[in-house]
Design a protein. Structure first.
Length: 238
């Protein structure tokens, strides 16, 4: 017996001869895809075959049609999802690692400064520094303090630190917001792909159930016909 991997058939779309492993029977294609094929002017034969490459293209067109019917157009984000479904690739990514690899030295430094400036460790150290500064100028160096009350030099230093720290923290926050937007975008793409895949799977299951029911009805009809033939033969013998 010839191996199934050596059997060949002809795709009724591209008219190319391919191995059976690269073809799908026309009866196994769900009706929504068949309607799309017929709408494009192909002579669809339920007894023929269609290659997996052409089938994936029609699946992609079908999903694109769904998106156009629901939203009116297909954005670049949805186009990327369609390409991922057609290529059977993985769409989800670790956005944290992707962003970290693209950071410059200044951006990394800004993140570290913002992280340090927003910690209790920084608040504790800065509080101790202020206490020591005031203690030295009030008690230790009472006769010749380098920054007497009301600590004008200290206020100048604090103003300079605040003026530098504020934009650095804003830079880090803006980058965090961009990271959150990228994460939300990837989540939307993954959810959209899952929804479309589930919809295709539901269509396929419905088609298989319908096909199975039709075959069962054909089998029952054949059984009824055989029983009628047997009954007629018995009656004729009598």
């Amino acid at each position: 017996m010839q191996s199934s991997s050596k059997l060949k058939g002809v795709c009724q779309i591209c008219r190319k001869e391919k191995f059976i492993s690269d073809l799908m029977p026309a009866l196994s294609v769900r009706q929504s895809i068949v309607d799309l094929i017929n709408a494009k002017g192909y002579n669809w034969d339920t007894k023929g075959f269609i290659c997996l490459d052409d089938l994936n293209e029609f699946r992609n067109d079908y999903i694109q049609k769904i998106l156009q019917d629901e939203s009116g157009n297909v954005s670049s984000v949805e186009k990327e999802v369609l390409d991922s479904i057609a290529d059977k690739g993985i769409l989800s990514k670790n956005i944290g690692e992707t962003v970290e690899r693209s950071l410059t030295f200044g951006q990394r430094l800004a993140d570290h400064i913002a992280q340090f400036g927003g910690s209790w460790f920084f608040i504790s150290i800065f509080g101790i520094f202020l206490f020591i500064w005031m203690l030295i100028n009030i008690i230790v160096m009472t006769s010749h303090p380098f920054d007497p009350y009301p600590f004008i030099l200290l206020n100048l230093i604090l103003s300079c630190i605040a003026a530098i720290q504020a934009p650095i923290i804003m830079m880090s926050q803006n980058r965090q917001e961009e990271k959150d937007r990228q994460r939300a975008l990837y989540d939307y793409q993954v959810n959209l792909k899952a929804e479309l895949e589930i919809r295709l799977l539901n269509d396929k299951v419905d088609h298989l159930l319908l096909q199975h029911g039709q075959r069962m009805m054909e089998i029952q009809q054949i059984q009824i016909e055989l029983m009628e033939e047997i009954s007629n033969k018995i009656q004729n013998k009598r």
